[in-house]
Write a protein that binds this ligand. Sequence first.
Ligand code: SAM
Length: 280
Amino acid sequence: MNLEEETKFLIKKYNINANKNLGQNFLIDEQVVENIIEAAKISKEDVVIEIGPGLGTLTNKLLEKAKKVIAIELDNKMINILKDRFLLYNNFILVNEDVLKINFEKLINEQNIEKNTIKIVANLPYYITTPIIMKLLEEKVPAKSITVMIQKEVADRLTAIPGEKETGAITYCVYYYCEPQKIMVVPNTSFIPAPQVSSEVITLNVRNSTPVQLKDEKRFFQIIKASFMQRRKTLINGLANSGIASKEQIKEVLNSLELPENIRGENLKIEQFAEIANRL
Ligand code: SAM
């Protein structure tokens, strides 16, 4: 049976109606599965945290290659299938929870996992791509890399160079913590049911040291978020409206950095945002 036949078989056997609200688009392309595993460079030393295992397509391959797989799935129907398929594996841990509510630190401690062995791999539920990535980064989940399938449009934003086209607040956050890498574009025909958008696999390689030095990390991200909240506004208006600082204070900092007073957040390089945050 190939992957498409196997997926259709499982869908029929367990009487599954893919739940759109949970972003359920199941992978049926063997080559894409191989490429994800290869991009994540999974070895027997790695503990993989998989988000949204669904019917277990990626999980199956990950269990073969990794030391341990911790799979986090919200949908009870999927949980039953995953239990049937993999509960006899002694390297499989199934967590029935909402990934956005998971306490990763507690999970990692409870499972006694060495921090430098963790890799995150997922075909993510697209409706919560950004909150999941932000949670992993902001909570500093101690992963070596994050290899995920996401919408192509979001992949462009996550892998852009900050200050160039297609950036958003998340571009700076990703770049601060990781070196992003595009792996492959995946057509919608690689899934059942086919999503309406194209997808892309990316790897975020977590940096050992940050690319800019900050006095206050929290303040830095607060400033970036505020300046993207009101996209069409100048940096001065965006930051002043969010109560970060007064217009005069921001003008002074921009002048000291020889930046034009009408500059917008999306035109700033990460080094410039860092300087502004350090001076404000
Ligand atoms: N990994 C499978 C595959 O590649 O075929 C399924 C991927 S599907 C795009 C996303 C999966 O995430 C679904 O199984 C869905 O039930 C699960 N999911 C959705 N929201 C979730 C949440 N908040 N927490 C954990 N899992 C979630």
